[in-house]
Ligand binder design. Structure first.
Ligand code: FAD
Length: 463
């Protein structure tokens, strides 16, 4: 079930003991000579930092290799506006109850604010607030979309989300209000959340991640407060772009564009998109099941455009604004930071194919397009923004997208294939390996703890 739908209904979800998902040290990591065994962790995002910190606590000598000149990966708090730290990657702890990041945030002393999906203003294509009748029609169509998807999940053969919803789309002529409402649900409820286009998302598996209970919380200092906390005291080498991993011998050798590292174990946490681009050469080659998982899972896109204004001209008490745009997926979802932080800042999103497409546009064109939508909603007197910040996650060579999704032809078992260790020496973590929590920050974190535990307890050996 789509997370937002889930929250709207106030349903309950099960969370196993997430924070307890890793065990305590089985033994300290020392070699026969008594010196600490070495592990290299590739990537200093949440998964890599969680793995590195955990392994260091277990007695390993840990080196983290990070391609960028900064840590955090898809956790990236911009300090471009000194008075307003903005998250260009993840913003929220999704579902604060039972979420391991809540506990981590408490330990890090990170202050948070809650935003709520029910503090929303929804606007029709022409720019007026949806009338009661329009809202009722939209809700009815939303139920039809999710009803069709639920039925499709019981069918033997998988289809894409768009294929399943096609009869509903065809029942409404192009350009009609009904058609725009269905497209709005596909974009606002599904593509914005999962990052993949409805044409590629698997109807069977698109929503197979669990939804955690509780509100969504954002960090007043930015999400980077957590990655800074995890990184403290770790040996992290930034600017080390890993090109090759040689894992055939008794030691694993990791080659970067400027150095070479040897280790007893390696934990690979680079994003799925980086693996799909074959940016790291594994020798011996990766097993066929892992290659199939890499090829078939999808890497989605969610891009952000922050607009800073001199004054608040939108409803100050809402957290979300939605627009039933005439062009499917065009600036359908907005967040206002006014209530949570007091800042006169709006955040507009573009996801999936639309999110990919606008990466080729100039900043100026992106801002102009966003402003055209805001003027449709609030009139021509809307002032120009005083500044903006824009992301392009698909073009980022160290991300190649925002987060993974279940593409048609993939299955949850493939995430286990992606996570499977090689010869007890090479371990894999990262959000895409998190079967129950893919696409999320807590999934990345838990995957790092899982890989650390596996690296610590697994007997290494030759293939
Ligand atoms: C726009 C956006 C919004 C999001 N919103 C949310 C949200 O609100 N809540 C939520 O829970 N999740 C959200 N997510 C998802 C969340 O950010 C990710 O799931 C999580 O941060 C992934 O962590 P990771 O450690 O798996 O990967 P990453 O953070 O990507 O870490 C991988 C690291 O590997 C490094 N690397 C890549 N290639 C190489 C190489 N060749 N050599 C060395 N290092 C390399 C990268 O630079 C990176 O630092 C969002 C993501 C995006 C992009």
């Amino acid at each position: 079930m789509a997370r937002r739908d889930f929250l709207r209904r106030g349903a309950l979800a099960m969370l196993g003991s997430a924070a307890g998902a890793w065990a305590q040290p089985a033994a300290s990591a020392t070699s026969a000579s008594g010196s600490a065994q070495r592990v290299v962790v590739i990537g200093a995002g949440l998964a890599g930092l969680a793995a590195a910190r955990s392994l260091r606590q277990l007695g390993w000598a840990v080196t983290v290799l990070e391609a960028r000149e900064r840590i955090g990966g898809r956790i990236w708090t911009s300090t471009q506006w000194a008075d307003m730290p903005l998250d260009l990657g993840a913003t929220w702890i999704h579902g604060v109850r039972g979420n391991p990041l809540t506990e981590l945030a408490d330990v890090a002393g990170a202050s948070r604010r809650i935003t709520r999906y029910d503090r929303v203003a929804s606007y029709a294509t022409e720019g007026h607030l949806l009338t009661d009748a329009e809202s009722a029609r939209l809700d009815g169509l939303r139920q039809q979309v999710f009803g069709a998807l639920r039925r499709a999940q019981d069918a033997d053969a998988d289809r894409s989300v768009r294929q399943v919803v096609a009869p509903l789309l065809q029942a409404h002529p192009l350009g009609s209000e009904g058609r725009r409402f269905v497209e709005f649900v596909l974009s606002g409820d599904i593509e914005q959340e999962y990052g993949g286009s409805a044409a590629r998302l698997s109807a069977h598996w698109f929503d197979s991640a669990r939804a955690l209970k509780g509100d969504d919380a954002l960090f007043t200092e930015g999400f980077g407060v957590l990655t800074r906390h995890l990184a403290s005291g770790l040996a992290i080498e930034t600017g080390q772009v890993v090109r090759a991993v040689r894992w055939g011998g008794p030691q694993v050798r990791v080659f970067t564009d400027r150095s070479e590292f040897g280790a007893d174990r390696v934990v690979v946490t680079v994003p799925l998109g980086v693996l799909q681009a074959n940016a790291i050469d594994f020798a011996p080659a990766l097993p066929a099941e892992k290659r199939a998982a890499i090829e078939r899972l999808g890497m989605g896109v969610l891009n952000k455009c922050y607009l800073r204004f001199g004054r608040v001209f939108w409803p100050p008490e809402v957290d979300w604004m939605e627009h039933v745009s005439a062009q499917p997926g065009q600036w359908t979802e907005w967040v206002s930071l006014r209530r949570a932080t007091g800042w006169p800042v709006l955040l507009g999103f573009n996801a999936a194919e639309r999110g990919r497409e606008i990466e080729a546009w100039s900043d100026r064109d992106i801002v102009a397009s966003a402003m055209a939508t805001l003027r449709t909603l609030f009139g021509n007197a809307v002032p120009e923004p005083v500044d903006y910040q824009i992301t392009r996650w698909a073009a980022d060579p160290f991300a190649r997208g925002s987060y993974s999704f279940h593409a048609l032809g993939s299955s949850p078992a493939m995430r286990d294939q992606l996570a499977a260790p090689l010869a007890g020496r090479v371990f894999f973590a990262g959000e895409a390996t998190a079967k129950a929590d893919f696409g999320t920050a807590h999934g990345a974190y838990l995957s790092g703890l899982r890989a650390a535990q596996a690296a610590h307890t697994t007997q290494g050996g030759h293939r």
